[in-house]
Design a protein around this ligand. Structure first.
Ligand SMILES: Cc1cc2nc3c(=O)[nH]c(=O)nc-3n(C[C@H](O)[C@H](O)[C@H](O)COP(=O)(O)OP(=O)(O)OC[C@H]3O[C@@H](n4cnc5c(N)ncnc54)[C@H](O)[C@@H]3O)c2cc1C
Length: 523
């Protein structure tokens, strides 16, 4: 009998386990795959070449978790990426730095007016970023919870926000505006607008001209660890969290897929594995997507109908692909000049020369097809990290879009080679000769992501980040506090507040709620 069994060894499942183990609880983590990490993983995709198969940038990992779980001591290293390079169509390029003054000087090369607008735009974004950072570690308050505890929590939040008028207005703006309208007001130059709008496309399901996409833009900038590569790839994050938990007695079993979360009289009693083995636990914590947990592992007849209506309506379709390439030389962007850029090599780039380029990439996907000219975010981790490829060779990975989950008149098996051609054609346009440097590749579309790590729809965020699926609505109104309608059953994955990213925040927050319930004999 464990104090808690955790279903899934994604980084959030490991995080909740590590916190509980540190608090002296007996913890078992069960993972369906042969290895830990979920979407935070490093794998060999071609002999001698390893890459972060899914997530690739580490900036979101919360500094509090790094410190609490002593992840540095357990081997975590990050390599700061100083800037992001965007090539233009006419053979130039612009570098965006985390230093706003450097960025402003870069913008001034294209437009003095845009450079002057940048500090105001930056201040507007920062107001929202501050608000989101503040709310990240808060368990969402249910404004309709009339219990004394609920009323106390609502009051506490209102008190906390009393001096944050500007930030609240800024948040409401990004939740409703399109990324295009959010950016267009400030700038006149296409490359500057496209640069910011690109952030809105990462993990999103609609183009940056659609309402609500400004939220994606800002949500990608809330990380506090600095835009970086994890040394050894994103799997190093999961490994460090696992080691931290194991140092306090947490057990992990891989190749141990859970078939059913057992429920008796409205309370969970443990899990049954796919092998038929039953494991008893006082509490079960699911790191799997909400759609996998409820109505999947927990039978529908154990759950209220209204709850299941929300789960059925929870939107998880993803539209991003991931391409991993083994290459024999670094790509050479024709628009990159180290002197103008003030940096020696663009290890992280965004390829989207104009706002229209981004939006058009969505047009074909709207009608069931993939982009003929995809936007791309190439990264070359091996420029800084020699642990991933043989000497003299490199790995480049691309996240980009747009690829619908299903094709209207075709199959992905037939179409994938053509999608690959579209991707490398865009790369060749900006970095001539790139396609000839590719030794081997692996291309993953949303359905592949779903099949590999049980991430429904292949949605990178475990569910869209839209107003109806955020804060006290995520994943279901009334159950955004990491609990569920089944007593003793909790949620800790990216389907919960604040959503996707390798932040470890859902795991951190869930651990706090669970430890509170354990302490007070609740749940
Ligand atoms: C292509 C892609 C690119 C991304 N890029 C970035 C990025 O650069 N930076 C960033 O911060 N974030 C990025 N993300 C988002 C981020 O990776 C995810 O939001 C985050 O990793 C989710 O973590 P999690 O622990 O909540 O869930 P997951 O990582 O999905 O882990 C869930 C785990 O549960 C396991 N599981 C499921 N069902 C069962 C079962 N029945 N029994 C046992 N185990 C089960 C799965 O195998 C998996 O290991 C990206 C995601 C994708 C897919």
């Amino acid at each position: 009998m464990y104090d808690a069994v955790i279903v899934g060894a994604g980084h959030n499942g490991l995080t909740v386990g590590a916190y509980l183990a540190r608090a002296g609880k007996s913890i078992l983590v069960l993972e369906a795959k042969p290895h830990i990490g979920g979407a935070s993983v490093t794998e060999e995709f071609s002999p001698g070449f390893r890459a972060s198969t899914y997530s690739f940038i580490m900036g979101h990992l919360h500094p509090k978790v790094i410190e609490d779980l002593e992840l540095r001591k357990h081997g975590l290293e990050n390599i700061l990426v100083p800037n992001v390079f965007n090539p233009t169509d006419d053979g130039d390029g612009i570098v965006f730095s985390k230093d706003p003054e450097v960025t402003q000087r870069q913008i001034a090369r294209f437009s003095q007016k845009d450079a002057e607008a940048y500090p105001k735009f930056f201040a507007q974004m920062q107001a929202t970023v501050r608000m989101l950072r503040d709310l990240q570690l808060e368990t969402p308050v249910n404004p309709f919870d009339k219990s004394p505890r609920g009323l106390w929590r609502s009051g506490r939040l209102a008190w906390k926000l009393r001096n944050h008028e500007k930030e609240v207005y800024a948040l409401l703006q990004v939740l409703s505006l399109s990324a295009h309208d959010y950016v267009d007001r400030w700038f006149e130059t296409d490359i500057v607008k496209a640069k910011f709008m690109f952030w809105a496309t990462i993990g999103g399901n609609v183009g940056p001209y659609s309402p609500g996409t400004a939220f994606y833009l800002v949500a990608h900038l809330i990380g506090q660890t600095g835009m970086s590569f994890a040394k050894g790839g994103m799997g190093a994050i999961a490994t460090a969290i696992a080691k931290s938990g194991e140092a306090h007695g947490m057990e992990i079993r891989c190749d141990a897929g859970v078939d059913e979360i057992l429920v008796e009289g409205g309370r969970t009693t443990g899990v049954r594995l796919k092998s038929g083995e039953e494991i008893k636990a006082r509490r079960v914590i699911s790191n799997a997507n909400a759609k996998v947990t409820f109505g999947g592992m927990v039978r529908r007849d154990h759950l209220p109908e209204e709850f299941m209506d929300w789960i059925d309506g929870y939107r998880v379709r993803g539209k991003s692909f991931k391409l991993l390439c083994a290459i024999d030389k670094l790509p050479k962007y024709k628009g990159f000049d180290p002197e103008k850029a003030g940096t020696e090599y663009p290890a992280y780039s965004h390829i989207c020369p104009t706002p229209e380029f981004l939006e058009r990439a969505y047009d074909e996907a709207k009608y069931g097809w993939y982009s003929s000219e995809p936007f791309l975010s190439p990264i070359v981790p091996t420029y800084y990290d020699d642990t991933l490829a043989p000497e003299g060779k490199h790995v480049i990975t691309f996240q980009g879009g747009v690829t619908p989950y299903e094709l209207k008149n075709g199959t992905w098996d037939q179409e994938k080679p053509k999608l690959y051609k579209n991707i490398v054609a865009v790369m060749d346009r900006f970095a001539p000769g790139f396609s000839e440097s590719v030794i081997d590749y692996k291309l993953l579309c949303p359905k592949d992501i779903e099949d590999d790590i049980n991430m429904p729809g292949g949605n990178t965020q475990h569910g869209e980040l839209t107003l109806d699926q955020l804060f006290f609505m995520r994943p279901v109104p009334g159950y955004a506090d990491y609990r569920s309608p089944v007593k003793g059953l909790y949620q800790c994955g990216a389907s919960t507040h604040p959503g996707g990213a390798v932040s470890a925040v859902p795991g951190h927050n869930a651990a706090r709620e669970i430890l509170g319930d354990m302490r007070w004999g609740r749940g």
